[in-house]
Design a protein around this ligand. Structure first.
Ligand code: FRU
Length: 478
């Protein structure tokens, strides 16, 4: 038995033995992607390929901590009904033995190619990182093609998460990096054939204007065109909280600018945080056949009290966000739930005109829309969204799952609050504000039988029950 097949076998055993119990956890999502067992982190290899959407994910099947990651694999044709596919990559080779870390997917002449980082710890515990390739003709079985890029000079081995794209006849790759002086940065590479890569330069760096100190490491870069401009998305580590900004352990955000491919230079605006909630990190985008730029993020943050999340005792942790369409309005990214998310609706549960205060109850698998003058929304006697017209701050509040103390996240809405759209899935909440002007993504660990909804203001509130059974994990016979 090869090391690869042994690892697969062990992972499948873990799913077989534990998925049933995990599925019975009242916190396990109904329509969001989560690990069949163990820990899920970054979305990887997000692509629509031969008509089917594929989302791979960082996966630790054996426990709820990080470690030697696998690439798990889900697929969908309609962005609502997903199936678990066979494991795409296992950490079975010398160049990825401590983890098949994050990366991306491209179509190359009918082959689905995955670029990922092989994470290696040598005997003395020193990190090594290799950028590796795997390919598939059927989108199900992948064969590794080995290391395509080694560490160039000037960077530490914190050098990972290749995102590859095609532009004007050439392939490009951005990599999240740390320079030898421990400054976060993004490196750009170029290739004619996806085999040999040339380092073109460092297109952005944490101590280069307009930044002065934007962190010691940048993870998961993604570079794409949106509305005729380039967007560089990345997840910097090492930012200090600054009033309502940067309150999570690590951030995710973007700059908008222009990439000069000839000079390998990106001129760009300041950094903007992409999400205002408690749990959001390492998002990745792809462009689908309809020309939409679609983002999926990880609903978690590394090193942010992960071991204390309430689902850990049940053998799983973390989930993905919904897929969201990105649009650029006045230089800022807006994120909208995809049109297809309407197909999640199973039934309308109510529509109410509220003047003053109103309370009702809703399903733990639901969508809510509030339109008008919203002052406050409280869900499950657990989390509150409150809008203060004086300061134009919208604030989300919840009790910490570590010690129960109240914690908040806020955003400023210079033009006021007109609309809220909430997606609730047992223990998660995504709040789209003013049609995607801002988004709050958070886990909510309310008491599992609580269905309470309280609303204040002068508004209309509508709710839908959403489908319960859109993720098929048994598609592999488990
Ligand atoms: C981001 C990250 C990536 C890395 C992966 C490992 O969450 O740290 O930089 O490739 O997770 O699982």
């Amino acid at each position: 038995m090869t090391h690869d097949s042994k690892l697969r076998e062990q992972a499948y055993e873990a799913v077989k033995n534990h998925h049933g119990d995990i599925r019975n956890d009242p916190y396990y999502p109904s329509y969001h992607l989560a690990p069949p067992v163990g820990l899920l982190n970054d979305p990887n290899g997000w692509i629509q390929w031969k008509g089917k959407y594929h989302l791979f994910f960082q996966w630790m099947p054996f426990h709820t901590g990080h470690g030697a990651k696998f690439w798990g694999h889900y697929s969908t044709t309609n962005l609502v009904d997903w199936s678990l596919e066979p494991i795409a990559l296992t950490p079975s080779d010398w160049f990825d033995k401590n983890g098949c870390y994050s990366g991306s997917a491209v179509d190359d002449d009918g082959l689905l190619k995955l670029f990922y980082t092989g994470n290696v710890k040598d005997e003395s515990g020193q990190r090594e990182s290799y950028q590796c390739l795997a390919e598939s003709a059927d989108g199900v079985t992948f064969s590794k093609k080995g290391v395509k890029l080694e560490l160039p000079e000037g960077y530490t081995p914190h050098f990972r998460d290749p995102k590859v794209w095609f532009h004007n006849g050439l392939w490009y790759m951005v990599i999240g990096a740390q320079t030898e002086d421990e400054v976060g940065s993004v490196a750009l590479f170029e290739s004619e054939d996806l085999e040999s890569w040339t380092h073109r330069g460092m297109i952005a760096k944490a101590d280069r204007p307009p930044f002065s100190d934007l962190g010691y490491m940048w993870e998961c870069p993604d570079l794409f065109e949106l509305d005729g401009q380039e967007v560089l998305l990345f997840s910097p580590q090492g930012l200090e909280a600054d009033r309502i900004d940067f309150n999570n352990q690590y951030q995710s955000g973007y700059v908008v600018g222009r990439l000069d491919y000839e000079k390998a230079e990106l001129s760009h605006d300041p950094f903007v945080e992409l999400d205002r909630g408690f749990e959001f990190y390492a998002p990745q985008t792809t462009m689908d056949d309809l020309g939409r730029r679609i983002l999926i993020g990880w609903m978690g943050v590394p090193d942010q009290n992960e071991a204390e999340q309430p689902t850990v005792k049940n053998g799983w942790i973390h989930q993905m966000t919904l897929p969201r369409e990105l649009v650029l309005i006045d230089g800022r990214i807006h994120q909208l739930p995809l049109e297809e998310m309407k197909n999640l609706r199973a039934s309308k549960s109510f529509s109410e005109d509220v003047k003053g205060e109103w309370s009702g109850s809703i399903s733990r698998v639901s969508e809510l829309q509030l339109e008008g003058e919203v002052e406050e929304v409280q869900l499950f006697d657990y989390t509150t969204l409150r809008y203060d017209r004086q300061t134009s701050l919208l604030t989300m509040e919840r009790p910490s799952y570590v010690d129960g103390s109240l914690e908040t996240r806020s955003c400023r809405l210079p033009k006021g609050l007109r609309h809220l759209q909430l997606f609730i899935d047992h223990s998660s909440l995504e709040v789209f504000v003013n049609n995607g002007e801002e988004v709050f993504t958070s886990r909510i660990f309310a008491k599992e039988d609580n269905r309470s909804l309280q609303v204040k203001g002068e508004l209309n509130v509508q709710a839908w029950n959403l489908k319960n059974d859109t993720i098929d994990i048994t598609s592999q016979g488990w």
